[in-house]
Design a protein around this ligand. Structure first.
Ligand code: MN
Ligand code: MN
Length: 275
């Protein structure tokens, strides 16, 4: 997984891994800004190889590149900084696999993708619908990004799975925006609809059970197993045009196991994006 000296050398449908080390919109605990570094550390620690389960070696296939982190030292504000940084990679024709960061980063990432894909479906794996109009007075909080995305009309369709924290406000918001929610209590793989437009996967690691993924800010028991999420990724149709893995909080992790899970899921998502 080389780092290109210049992103203009990326080719169409290469997969570019981009870190988004940003957690200023976390409502409860900080920490996800350190997520990209921890996932990379586990990815390269030598404990596992670089193969995805479909047999692709991501290290030697020549189509997966690590393009580093978004640079937040520029003064244009977090939204514009992430949107522009993602847009620069997408302009090369490469697909973007982003590592958060808290879930607020998905809003500017989707803004960048929507410019390329006027018809886009998001599949969100999450314990939470993140549809709050505002949280603690912050309309940019990591509990709000999908309200902003739907208000801006950036996507055709939003499908959420793993959800197990719905309150009345978020039910109302889901109805207002036409969000399709398969709550965790109702989950069965065959309930996942067929997608007929380009697909973007946003994976909040708290969608998994805290037993599998303790390194997140909000422990919500009763979530997916690692194997269930791997199977969901492997069975996705059509091909993924973009993805993010967010909300790893290394402060809450044990022995790097959630970061290791993040690196495993990164391999499976990258392999699916290469199809
Ligand atoms: Mn989330
Ligand atoms: Mn969540």
């Amino acid at each position: 997984m080389r780092t290109p000296t210049d992103i203009s050398t990326l080719s169409t449908n290469d997969v570019a891994i981009l870190g988004v080390p940003f957690d200023e919109n976390s409502s409860f605990l900080r920490g996800p800004a350190a997520g990209p570094a921890e996932i990379r550390k586990q990815l390269h620690c030598g404990s596992a190889n670089y193969y995805a389960e479909d047999g692709i070696d991501l290290a030697s296939c020549g189509r997966v590149f690590d393009v580093g982190d978004i640079d937040f030292r520029v003064a244009s504000g977090w939204l514009r900084t992430i949107e522009d940084g993602a847009g620069k990679v997408l302009d090369t024709g490469a697909k973007l696999l982003s590592l958060g960061g808290d879930h607020s980063v998905t809003w500017p990432l989707i803004r960048a993708h929507a410019k390329k894909h006027p018809k886009l479906t998001i599949l969100q794996i999450d314990a939470h619908p993140d549809l709050y109009d505002e949280l603690d007075g912050n309309r940019h909080a990591h509990a709000c990004p999908f309200a902003r995305i739907m208000e801006e009309g950036l996507v055709d369709r939003l499908v959420q799975i793993g959800i197990r924290t719905l309150n009345q406000h978020q039910r109302d918001q889901a109805e207002r925006f036409g969000v399709e929610i398969i709550e965790m209590k109702d989950w069965a793989p065959e309930k996942l609809p067929d997608f007929d437009s380009p697909l973007y996967l946003t994976l909040d690691l708290d969608g998994l059970d805290p037993a599998a993924a303790p390194g997140v800010s909000h422990h919500e028991p009763g979530g997916f197993s690692a194997r269930q999420v791997i199977e969901i990724i492997q069975n996705l149709r059509p091909i993924l045009v973009g993805a993010d893995v967010v909300e790893l909080n290394p402060v809450r992790d044990h022995f790097g196991m959630t970061a290791m899970l993040g690196s495993k899921l990164l391999r499976e998502i990258a392999a699916k994006m290469l199809e």
